[in-house]
Design a protein around this ligand. Structure first.
Ligand code: FAD
Length: 426
């Protein structure tokens, strides 16, 4: 079998499906990508908002310079300059109750000299309290982050809580500590060089999606939008046909399928998958000011302590705030949430808390799985009982949280399985 003789069908054009498609296209495999929605990107998308009269993202997405899979993906699609951020691992914070401002600064090398510098650490927390967090690196499957730090420790409110919801989208008393440890190994433990904050320069679509679509176009890869997979036909432990809402595609003996769908549709289509049922929401509010926003923080984001939201991001004249693990706010009316959030951030921006600018609230109820130790155990591997089917998606077992990095890595893992399998049968 040669790569020319086989065809790889990738279902779902979120970051996992795009990543699998990019990886295989780069290796000269013939691919087709099928997406139910009219656009690619899934939970990492941008759209024109008529109320704000500009393009906005469904949610602020924070990456770190140590996110290697994301960096490789961007390199292949020619979008390496699509991420912006400071050349230092620096994270500004403000406590909105007291207006106290501080920065957490990691030195570039893996030796954590920053811990010896009081002005680089979390204020109010001793060196000993910082060092005690290292115990989390030995976290077992059943541990939550709060097993390694108690709520009276200043590091809880000022570091671990915002970090836990930003990375795991769960509060420390529910978030899997092992997942956090895995992220820390790839970032903070490698030094500040791997820990610089990164954001999409203009929009998620312009960084992660549009360049991938141009890349497919240049390589004659085939993408079909508005194409929803309904079911599969199986024969002899292989998938023999893909049944879409409007047509069926019969698979050749050498064809492979990568299913890069969220948990629920995967479970509807594949009987052997029992999808995890618990999700955690993320709410974003975008405020459009009438002039570009100028701030004196050393990065285009700031951690908010003592506020409903945890992070405020600045892009041109848009101030966007994120409430991760935001289930308690889902029932709140958008107009009252807008007022509340604006009251919290207006003073930081030097704006009038009473004059609320045009704003948009986006509630993503199923932003990620509830990444607790119990749900971690349910994440499926990429391999399946079918010889020609592999799974991808941020919820599959990547050992990383449900993030862009995790989703992209899951696509690479599935693509590698396909190419190894094709080589084995060549
Ligand atoms: C508001 C918000 C904020 C976030 N913040 C961050 C962050 O700061 N940093 C970070 O790294 N990550 C963040 N994430 C997580 C990140 O967006 C996701 O982990 C990632 O986008 C998931 O990609 P995926 O491809 O696994 O899944 P999805 O994006 O869900 O992609 C699945 C695709 O499959 C399609 N599909 C579904 N059913 C079918 C079907 N039957 N047939 C064909 N197609 C189908 C869907 O339309 C979708 O395009 C955030 C997510 C949200 C929602």
């Amino acid at each position: 079998m040669t790569s020319q003789a086989s065809h790889v069908h990738i279902i779902g054009a979120g970051m996992a499906g795009l990543s699998a498609a990019v990886e295989l296209t780069q290796k000269n495999y013939n691919i087709s990508l099928y997406e139910a929605a009219p656009q690619a990107g899934g939970r990492c998308r941008s759209f024109y908002d008529s109320k704000l009269d500009c393009e906005i993202d469904n949610g602020n997405h924070l990456l770190l310079s140590g996110n290697q899979s994301a960096a490789n993906y961007l390199k292949i699609i020619g979008a390496e300059d699509g991420l912006i951020g400071p050349d230092a691992a620096i994270f500004p914070f403000i406590d909105i109750r007291t207006s106290k401002r501080w920065d957490i600064k990691f030195n570039p090398s893996p030796i954590p000299f920053w811990l010896l510098d009081k002005s680089a650490r979390v204020p109010g927390a001793s060196l000993r309290q910082h060092l005690a967090l290292a115990k989390m690196m030995r976290a077992q499957d059943h541990h939550v982050i709060a097993d390694f730090i108690d709520t009276s420790n200043p590091l809880y409110e000022r570091l671990m809580d915002p970090l836990s919801v930003a990375v795991i989208n769960m509060p420390p008393d529910k978030a899997s500590a092992k997942l956090m440890a895995n992220v820390l190994k790839e970032t903070i433990l490698k030094g500040g060089i791997a820990c610089q904050p990164r954001l999409a320069a203009h929009s998620l679509a312009k960084t992660f999606v549009d360049p991938a679509l141009r890349y497919f176009d240049s390589q004659s890869a085939d993408i079909k939008f508005g194409t929803r997979l309904k079911s599969i036909t199986q024969k002899d432990a292989r998938i023999s046909a893909l049944n879409f809402a409007k047509n069926t595609i019969e698979l050749g003996d050498n064809d492979y399928v990568i299913m890069a769908l969220p948990p629920e549709p995967t479970g509807d289509i594949l009987d052997f998958i029992t999808p995890p049922q618990d999700y955690s929401s993320i709410i974003n509010a975008h405020f459009k000011l009438d002039k570009p926003i100028r701030v004196d923080w050393p990065a285009p984001l700031i951690g908010l302590i003592g506020a409903a939201a945890q992070w405020l991001f600045i892009r041109d004249n848009i101030a966007s705030i994120t409430i991760s693990a935001g289930d308690i706010w889902l029932g709140e009316r958008s107009d009252s949430l807008i007022k509340k959030l604006w009251t919290e951030i207006a003073p930081i921006l030097g704006e009038d808390p009473i004059q609320v600018p045009p704003a948009r609230i986006i509630k993503e109820k199923r932003a990620t799985l509830a990444q607790t130790p119990a749900l971690e155990a349910l994440r499926p591997a990429s391999q399946t009982p079918f010889k020609n089917l592999y799974l991808a998606g941020d919820w599959t077992d990547t050992a990383l949280p449900a993030t862009i990095e995790g989703a992209i890595r899951s696509g690479v893992i599935a693509a590698n399985h396909v190419s190894m399998s094709l080589k084995a049968h060549a």
